[in-house]
Design a protein around this ligand. Structure first.
Ligand SMILES: Nc1ncnc2c1ncn2[C@@H]1O[C@H](COP(=O)(O)OP(=O)(O)OP(=O)(O)O)[C@@H](O)[C@H]1O
Length: 269
């Protein structure tokens, strides 16, 4: 992972590249409910793409299709040009897609390192350590992940129970880094955080971008997405309803797309 141009820089310099994640014509029905209809999404390396929309617009369903929890009824999902469907949550990881869902799935009785490696522990490679874990290596990697994310967590051995909600979000994000992913999907990472905690988590998201990852950010907060995202994709009634530059678009245009009013600043597909 290298520090390179952010998508904001690339866009300003007129540079383009093939998307890391390419979703095309994805549909998903739940009985008579059309949760996603013909949805497209591109995410590049070094890019944060926010998915916004009203309640029931299809944001979480799209996140779940990308993360392998839902099978789409139609369409394609490609990572680095390779078709990855059908996806399971396990195969998504092996294709470099890692997701942080809203429940975080952390264990309060464990410390930060144990949470980061929960279910993906590193076994010891020492000769007579059969069945033991490589605690030193896991702690050292956990420390690295926290540093890369610019975390303010004092130690990788801090018990989870001592962390704020924002720091817990950081642990959940750090956990996605274990498999060296290419794409991170974050479902409402700031939804229940204070202003200070939100700023910390937005900083972690910026760090993911500077590490070269592609980030899909599902959010209800236009302030958050405008401060951290490169592009904003609006879903409305399960369909694409506008693609906006986060730096050049005002609230009114994005709200118009969310609510269905016409707008002058959409990026043509
Ligand atoms: N497992 C499911 N079974 C049946 N219907 C579902 C299921 N998941 C989502 N839906 C429906 O699909 C539509 C899109 O839901 P989704 O949760 O993706 O929207 P959302 O944009 O994430 O909304 P919110 O912001 O309220 O979380 C809704 O009508 C929802 O009721």
């Amino acid at each position: 992972m290298t520090t390179d141009h952010s998508a904001r820089d690339r866009s300003e310099a007129g540079m383009t590249s093939a998307p890391l994640l390419r979703v095309r014509h994805v549909s998903k029905n739940f009985g008579a409910v059309q949760a996603l209809v013909d949805v497209d999404l591109d995410v590049h390396a070094h890019e944060v793409v926010a998915i916004v929309g009203d309640n029931a617009a299809g944001k979480s369903t799209l996140a779940r299709v990308i993360s392998g929890s839902y099978q789409p009824d139609g369409g394609t999902v490609e990572v680095a040009g390779e078709n990855v469907l059908p996806l399971s949550t396990k195969s998504a990881r092996s294709h470099g897609i890692a997701t942080v869902f809203q429940d975080l799935a952390l264990a309060d009785n464990l410390d930060v390192t144990a949470n980061i490696f929960l279910g993906q522990e590193l076994p010891s490679t020492r000769r007579f350590d059969h069945g033991l874990l490589d605690e030193q290596r896991m702690e050292s990697l956990a420390r690295d992940y926290l540093r890369q994310l610019n975390s303010r967590i004092a130690s990788p051995r801090t018990p989870l129970s001592q962390l704020s909600a924002g720091q817990r979000q950081c642990v959940a994000i750090a956990r996605t880094l274990v498999g060296e992913p290419q794409i991170i999907v974050l479902d409402e990472p700031t939804s229940s955080l204070s202003v200070t905690q939100t700023a910390e988590v937005l900083n972690h998201i910026s760090r993911l971008r500077s590490m070269g990852l592609g980030v899909v950010l599902i959010s209800h907060s236009l302030a958050d997405v405008r401060s951290v995202a490169d592009r904003i994709e609006v879903l409305r009634h399960g369909r694409n309803n506008g693609s906006f530059s986060a730096t050049e678009t005002g609230y009114e245009d994005i709200i118009a797309a969310i609510t269905g009013a016409p707008s002058a600043h959409r990026i043509p597909r």
